[in-house]
Structures are given as C-alpha cells and as structure tokens.
Write a new protein. Structure first.
Length: 255
C-alpha cells in the first residue's frame, strides 16, 4: 500500500515522535511505500488566505468559490497541490496528533482547511446532481486511521468517563472529515496517560500501534451509515424505521 502519515507534534523527540518513527519502520519493513507530512517540520501554514487561490484581494473572498475555481484552473499554491497529490497517491491515510482541548492541534486543522478544498474534499456531485459524501467522494476507496495521545487516563474517555466517550469525541474528525470525504475509517489508536508513561507502558503502546499499522490493509472499518445507502430520507435524516428509539451520534453507526 501507499501510506500517507500526517503528523502534528512540535518536537520530534516526543513520545509521539518515537511512536511515529517505530510505525514508519514497521510499514517499510512490511513493504509499504510511505509518504509523510510532518507539519511542524514543514512549517505548514494553517491559515486560509486569498493568495492560496490567486484571488484578487480587491474582491470579496468567498472561500469555497475561490478554492474550487483555483483547483479547476490550476492556480492553488504549490504547498496545497503537493498535499493533494499525496492524498491521491495514498491507499491509506494516518493522522497522528496529541489531543489538545478535545481536538487536533491547530496546525493539523489548518492542513484540513487548506487541502480539502471544494471540488476535492467536498462539493463533489454525481452526474444527476447528488452530493458525494459520507462514504463517497474524491477519496472513496482509501482507508484512514487516527492515532491520538492524551495526558489523561483511558478511563476518562470511556462511555461513562468524565471527558466523554472517545468515539464521540473524535466523531467530528473521523465521521465529519475522513468519512465525509469518502474514506473508510478504522477504529482509532489511543495512547493514554502520555505524560506518565513508564518504559513498560511505552513498550505496550508501541506494540499496540505496530499491530494496528500492520492491520491497515485488512482491519474492519467503523460501520458508519453511508449517505446514499438507503438509511436517510431526502432531507438527510434517518428514516423513521431506522433505530426509531435512538438519537445522537451513535445512530449513524450500524450496530
């Protein structure tokens, strides 16, 4: 497989850096081709700007229109184009980051904002005008996985933990970004208690991560409901006969 590893941590000597290095070695050993976007090392600019799309600064900046026009005309900045080409080459995408304020670091969110533009990440339509998203889209057929570290214990992100269930916490990323663009999303890898990790803890975390990267080609994705699979009505609301007694995020996953 061709793997794109998108990494967001400011220090290569960190726990995340060590785990990333071990995972990339494992992928190379297993014969995969790996491309990496080390966002801090690249000094990636996370801010959407008119000049990203060669937009006339005297005109109103409508981001979606400007980005899709630049995509079609080939006037996006080279850094955006390079990341889009990495995504197109990839069979699987891994996002690795520390959990900061219940989400990804700003630099990675900025990678999403600038790379997954209209016409590439969203705004894709079928010949009859239907939106291609949530299981369909430009990136359909690719696999994706999130690797996330956190300072708290795994108990705090259990279904009854004070921080909320991990799957619900990552739902905007896993469902709202990765699955939205068409990718099949594998269950996340959690590295908990990162600030209190012993050598034994690290060995266990590394072993789990290596097993999970070995499973990238074959592990079963999260069974999210696809938009056009028949479970939703014309207003994109679950049909009345689908999980009729339930609401919330979990109803969008087939139980």
């Amino acid at each position: 497989m061709n793997i794109l590893w998108v990494y967001a941590h400011p220090d290569a000597r960190s726990l995340n850096g060590s785990l990333r290095d071990a995972a990339l070695r494992q992928l190379h050993t297993d014969g995969h081709t790996v491309e990496q976007s080390d966002l801090y090392a690249m000094q990636w600019n996370p801010v959407v700007r008119p000049e990203d799309y060669d937009h006339d600064p005297t005109e109103r900046f409508q981001v979606a229109t400007a980005s899709s026009t630049a995509l079609a005309s080939g006037t996006q900045t080279p850094d955006i184009v390079a990341e889009q080409q990495k995504l197109l080459r990839a069979d699987a995408v891994v996002l690795q980051f520390p959990l900061w304020w219940f989400s990804m670091p700003a630099i990675m969110k900025g990678w999403v904002d600038r790379v997954l533009v209209e016409g590439f990440g969203y705004g894709i339509r079928t010949s009859d005008g239907r939106s291609r998203r949530y299981g369909d889209g430009m990136l359909a057929g690719k696999r994706a996985m999130v690797v996330v570290s956190m300072g708290g214990s795994e108990h705090t992100v259990s279904p009854r933990g004070i921080n909320g269930d991990l799957d619900e916490m990552l739902y905007p990323i896993q469902h709202g970004i990765l699955f939205y663009t068409g990718m099949s999303v594998l269950p996340p890898v959690l590295v908990a208690s990162a600030d209190r990790m012993t050598e034994t803890d690290y060995a266990a975390a590394e072993s789990e991560l290596l097993q999970r990267v070995k499973g990238l080609p074959t592990d079963r994705p999260i069974p999210y409901r696809t938009q056009n699979g028949g479970d939703y009505d014309r207003q994109f609301v679950l049909r009345d006969d689908v999980e009729p007694e339930d609401t919330g995020i979990r109803v969008h996953t087939i139980s």
